[in-house]
Each structure stands twice: as C-alpha cells, then as structure tokens.
Design a protein around this ligand. Structure first.
Ligand code: CO8
Length: 258
C-alpha cells in the first residue's frame, strides 16, 4: 500500500516503518496516525513479518502532535472525534513486537508514541519530553500515565510540570529506554534486536508481549496467574518440544510457529 506520511519497508522478517513528515519534524497529525495504524495492522497480518521497527529521522522521532492541526479545535471537536483515541488504540493493539528506534526529538505525542511501542532503543542524540504544559494543555496519549509507570512519579511530575527535555543517558538511567547506542548505529542495533526476536517462536513471542503488558493492567497475583497460565499453555505447542529438545541435544532450535 502507498502511504504519504510514512515509509514502510519489509526486509526478511522485519517491517521498518519510518515516520516521514520531515518539514514538520514528524509531527503527528491524524493522517499520519491513521496511516501508521493501517501499516501496523498490515504488518501484524503479514505472516512473513515477525518484528516491527518504528523510527523517525536523525533530527526527530516525532516532535509531538501536530500543533497546527489542533490549534483551532474546540472542546466539542476534540470530544466528538475522540481525538487520537482510536488512533492510539489501533497502535497499541499490534500483537507482534514493536521496537521504537528513537533519534533526536521525541516530544509530547512523539514520546508517547515511543512509549506505546514494546521497548525503546535510543540514539545518544535522543531527547524525550512532555512539553505540552508550555502550550496550555497537558499530555493526552499516555505522558502522565505510561511515563509515570516507566520512570516513577517524581521524574514524571518534573517532566510534565516543567516541560524539560531528558537526554538519552538520563532516559536509560530512569528506565524509559532499554539501551542507548551511538546515533550512527541506531538502525543497525534496532535491526539486530529485531532479528534476534524474529528467530523465536511467534506463539511464545506474542505470549511474552501479552504477559508483560498485563503487568501494567492488573494486580500482581492476577498477573502472575495470567503468566503461569500462558506458560502452561505453551506446552501445547510443538515449538516447546523443539526448543527443549534442541537445548538437550546442544543444537539450535528450528521453530515452526506451531
Ligand atoms: N506540530 C507542528 N509543527 C511542528 C511541531 C509540532 N509539534 N514541531 C515542530 N514543528 C514544525 C515547526 O513549526 C517548523 O515548521 P515551519 O518551518 O513550517 O515553521 C518545523 O517543524 C521545524 O521546527 P523548528 O523550526 O521549531 O525546529 P527547531 O530545531 O528550532 O526546534 C523543537 C525543534 C524544539 C522540537 C521545536 O520544533 C518544538 O518545540 N516543537 C514543538 C514541541 C511540542 O510542543 N510538542 C508537543 C506538541 S502537543 C502534543 O504532542 C500533544 C500530544 C497528545 C495528543 C493526544 C490527544 C488525545
């Protein structure tokens, strides 16, 4: 499918989706988010794809929701269209792993979009922030919720109340990103992580993603039960037999997603 605001490439088992509104530092407008939702759903349906990378440019992953699109809207406009509500749900309903590869600015909706992915690999140039407070509003796609769970109340308050930017090193120290790499190696590292994930059995990959995400939605005892039931259920797969046999036979497992 041809897109106007994103570029999608599928190579081997990895789909790479690049946000592509260079003149607006990849600001997220409705059109881009709808195209992104469609591309993610397409990658999810594509049996060839086993992992997805979401990235931007060297200067900006995304500098936020498109301020020019939002500026004249009324409360009723925002409420009746459930502004970005459906688009956000479409993005987070992706079942295959999504890695955010972030360089440059990830601000406002850009930081929130990165947090909607399964984990973030940051270039040493990355800058994260929730500067919506400077616009007379607040974060609206998870910047007060996901960010607080990821980095804790004190830092989340600091980010949301002052609007300051956090560099990559602080983001890693705070638990917002999983690793920081030199900017010129960002896509190579993201691709290596995606290739590693693509080697696994898809049923266990999807189960792992569901189980970790459940930790954010439920109590510890319910989450542990959910995890244990998924663990038990994976014993119904051929890949569990193959994975364990391969370990004992000291060879590489040949998973068949069955
Ligand atoms: N929206 C629209 N256009 C943008 C945005 C944006 N968020 N960010 C940058 N641009 C545009 C600029 O207007 C400029 O375009 P033009 O040349 O036509 O004026 C172009 O991108 C380049 O930007 P700058 O000239 O400003 O570049 P600088 O290098 O000087 O500065 C910054 C880079 C610091 C990133 C600066 O552009 C900036 O502060 N941008 C805005 C950051 C921001 O406030 N983000 C939060 C937006 S609000 C939001 O994200 C809400 C999310 C929740 C929505 C959910 C609804 C339910």
């Amino acid at each position: 499918m041809a897109y106007e605001t994103i570029i999608v490439e599928v190579e081997d088992h990895v789909a790479t989706i690049k946000l592509n509104r260079p003149d607006a530092l990849n600001a997220l407008n409705s059109h881009l988010l709808r195209e992104l939702g469609t591309a993610l759903a397409e990658a999810d349906r594509n049996d060839k794809v086993r992992c997805i990378i979401l990235t931007g440019s060297a200067k900006a992953f995304a500098a936020g929701a498109d301020i020019k699109e939002m500026s004249e809207k009324s409360y009723v406009d925002m409420f009746l269209s459930d502004f970005f509500g459906g688009e956000g749900r479409a993005i987070t309903s992706t079942r295959k792993p999504v890695i955010a590869a972030v360089a440059g600015y990830a601000l406002g909706g850009g930081c929130e979009l990165a947090m909607m992915c399964d984990f973030i690999i940051a270039a040493d140039t990355a800058k994260f922030g929730q500067p919506e407070i400077n616009l007379g509003v607040i974060a609206g796609l998870g910047g007060t919720q996901r960010l607080t769970r990821f980095i804790g109340k004190s830092k989340a308050m600091d980010m949301n109340l002052t609007g300051r930017f956090m560099d990559a090193e602080e983001a890693e120290r705070s638990g917002l990103v999983s690793r920081v790499v030199p900017a010129k190696k960002l896509m190579e590292e993201a691709r290596a992580a995606a290739d590693k994930i693509a080697e696994k059995s898809i049923p266990s990959t999807m189960a792992a993603k569901e189980a970790v995400n459940r930790a954010y939605e439920t109590t510890l005892s319910e989450g542990l039960l959910f995890e244990r039931r998924l663990f038990h259920a994976l014993f119904a797969t051929e890949d569990q037999k193959e994975g364990m046999a391969a370990f004992m036979e000291k060879r590489t497992a040949q998973f068949r997603d069955r």
